[in-house]
Design a protein around this ligand. Structure first.
Ligand code: SAM
Length: 311
């Protein structure tokens, strides 16, 4: 049981993207997404109410991910899969155009501080993702206690020219039945529900589609003495940035591991690059335990590190 319940978690780093959801669920059905499912009660209730639909939940909290899997297993629910990844990235990269029926977002963190603005769902790109992945007639539904956030979301969706507003409602009682909703309603706050319908289609570029092979760079020779000095270096490319957070040498072998943090289009990844001495030179590659999506900056980081230590 301890292991079986983990089968609901989709790790997509090594899957061909977009994900073949029919294959994952072993059946076809309407695809419905919830971003930031928290304790999962909305997602579980919907999945039980609509057993022929297929539900995909995105979360960034590992605790939430583990909790919901235990409940899915205990209740024998087979039409839900969950992913531990920023919903903005997952929605864009894991779904083909015109495939999603509904996207729900209940009480997303508004990130009111200016320094946290890039974490909001109103940042450039998310509206375009909805325009791409939703079916024509597909729905985006957001409920929140933060009026300005709901209004901002409505405005960025209207600006795409691909959505029409179907509902903007002020609530004084429970609408979606989640923990955060109960909390705010109990405190006497009003909440707001926005429902937007997609009326026009436009596609977008994806970061990870197409070539998924990871560049392995073989070097005839490398300047090993340069490797420790990579620590704390920042490398910029037109697509984004990566930082070498640390350099570690394995005692037993001639191998270095570089701890990397990359950032592109508001999507951060943490992974390792390995630099290993081989019989005929050096091999620079993404460490197999890295679990990184092969985005342009991840590929660039391997090539750039190889370039720096070879010259
Ligand atoms: C305020 S809670 C709301 C939880 C639940 N929807 C509810 O109404 O009770 C926001 C949730 O969104 C998750 N979250 C925040 N940013 C996210 C992102 N970019 N992608 C996916 N989940 C995210 C958080 O981990 C948290 O569980």
């Amino acid at each position: 049981m301890a292991v079986q319940h983990l089968a609901y978690h989709i790790r997509a780093e090594y899957l061909d993207l977009p994900i073949d959801w029919g294959q994952i669920f072993k059946k076809q059905g309407n695809l419905i997404v919830e971003i930031g499912f928290g304790n999962g009660e909305f997602l579980l209730r919907k999945a039980k109410e609509q057993p022929f639909d297929l539900f995909v939940g995105f979360e960034t909290s590992l605790t939430s991910l583990v909790k919901i899997q235990k409940r899915l297993f205990a209740e024998g629910i087979d039409n839900v899969r969950v992913c531990l990844v920023d919903g903005r990235f997952g929605l864009r990269e894991f779904f083909n155009d015109l495939t999603v029926s509904t996207v729900y977002m209940n009480f997303p963190c508004p990130w009111p501080k200016k320094s946290h603005q890039s974490r909001r769902f109103t940042v450039a790109g998310f509206a375009d993702t909805l325009v791409a992945v939703l079916k024509l007639g597909g729905i985006f539904s957001m409920t929140s206690d933060v009026l300005w956030y709901v209004e901002d979301m409505r405005n960025v969706l209207l600006e795409t020219g691909c959505f029409e507003q179907r509902l903007f409602q002020t609530n004084k009682q429970i609408v979606v039945g989640t923990r955060y909703e109960r909390k705010w309603i109990n405190e006497g706050r009003e909440t707001y529900t926005l429902v937007m319908e997609k009326i026009k289609h436009k596609t977008i570029d994806r970061l990870t589609w197409g070539e998924q092979d990871m560049p392995h760079v073989h070097l005839k020779d490398a300047k090993e003495e340069k490797i420790p000095f990579l620590s704390d270096q920042v490398f910029k490319s037109p697509k984004g940035v990566f930082v070498v957070k640390g350099v570690y040498k394995k005692q037993s072998e001639e191998e270095y591991l570089l701890r990397i943090v990359s950032n592109e289009e508001n999507f951060q990844q943490r992974y390792f690059i390995s630099i290993r001495k081989e019989k005929d030179g050096w091999l620079v590659k993404l460490d197999p335990d890295a679990f990184a999506y092969r985005t342009p900056v991840v590929k660039y980081s391997v090539q750039k590190i190889a370039e720096v230590i070879s010259t």
